[in-house]
Design a protein around this ligand. Sequence first.
Ligand SMILES: Cc1cc2nc3c(=O)[nH]c(=O)nc-3n(C[C@H](O)[C@H](O)[C@H](O)COP(=O)(O)O)c2cc1C
Length: 300
Amino acid sequence: MKVLVIYYSQSGQLKSILDSICNPLINEPYIQVDYYAIKPINPHPFPWQSKSFFNVFPETVLEIPEDIEPCPPEILKKSYDLIILGYPIWYLSIALPILSFLKSDATKMLLKNKKVITVIGCRNMWTQAQDKLISHLKQISADWIGNIVLKDRHSNLISVVTIVDWMFSGIKRRKYGLLPLPGVSQNDIKNCSKFGERILIHLKNNTWRNLQSDLLKLGAVETNFSLAKIESTASKIFNKWATIIHKTPSKRNLLLKIFKIYLQIVIFLLSPIFNFFYYLCGLVNPSYTKKTIKKYNGIY
Ligand SMILES: Cc1cc2nc3c(=O)[nH]c(=O)nc-3n(C[C@H](O)[C@H](O)[C@H](O)COP(=O)(O)O)c2cc1C
C-alpha cells in the first residue's frame, strides 16, 4: 500500500505533526509512506520580517498562486491509496505554497479520485481555509475523507502574542518569561500517533465511511463556534482589503502598513467583544451552533 504525505511547513511544526500521525503507518512493513514537501521557487523567509509577513497577505487571501518547484517525477508516476495533505493557515486562508500546489497541474494527477485526509497545523482559526480547501478538492474530484486539526490551545489573545513572537524570532520561547510556549504543544504533537493508528485500521480494511467519526472520538477536531463566526466575518473584510491592496500596486507598501495597524486594532480591541457577542449568539440559537460545529467537525 502506498501513502503520500504532501505538506508545507516553515518551522517544522507541521512536519512533526505529520511524522507523529504517520508513525504507525511507517512501522508497517507493507505500507510505503512517501513525503512530498512543497517548495516555492522564492522561499518565504523564516523567521519572518514584518514586511515579508504582511506582503503575502493579498495573494494568499485572493488565492493568487506563486511559482513552486515541480513535483518529482518518481512521485507523479505512482498511484497512491491514500493522500495526507498537511497545510498551515495564513490569514484565515490556505497557506500560499499549498494553495499554489492545489492550482498546479500535478494536483489533478496526484489527487483525482484519491482518498484525501487533511491535516491542519495552525494557531486557532482554520474553518474558512478548510471551506476553501474542500471546494478545491471537489473541483479536482478528490475524495475528502477526514480532517485533523492541531492548534494552539491557549486563549485567542495570548496565542496571537506568542505566535507572532515565534514567527518573528524563529524560536519557540516563553515571551517575557511569563507567557506559554507558542503553537501546538509538544504533548499534542506526540499524541497524534493515535490518529495514525486509527487511519491504519481503516486503510487495512479499506473501509473509510466512519473514519471522521472515529477520529472525532479521539479529539481530532474541536470547533470553537465563536471563533468560527469571527473568522467568517473577518474573512469577508480581509477579502476587501486584499482586493484593494492588490489592485493598487503603486500604494502597496503604504496600504500594507495601514492594514497592519488595522489588524492590531481588530485583534486586540474588537475580537474580545465579538468573541463574547458570538458566544451569546451561540447560547441563544443552540441548533445553529450545533449545526456549525458539526459541519466543521467534518460530519456534514
Ligand atoms: C503569514 C502567516 C499568517 C498566519 N495566519 C494564521 C491564521 O489566520 N490563523 C491561524 O490559526 N494561524 C495562522 N498562522 C499560523 C500558521 O497557521 C502556523 O501555525 C505557523 O505558521 C507554523 O506553521 P509551520 O509548520 O509552517 O511552521 C499564520 C502564520 C503565518 C506565517
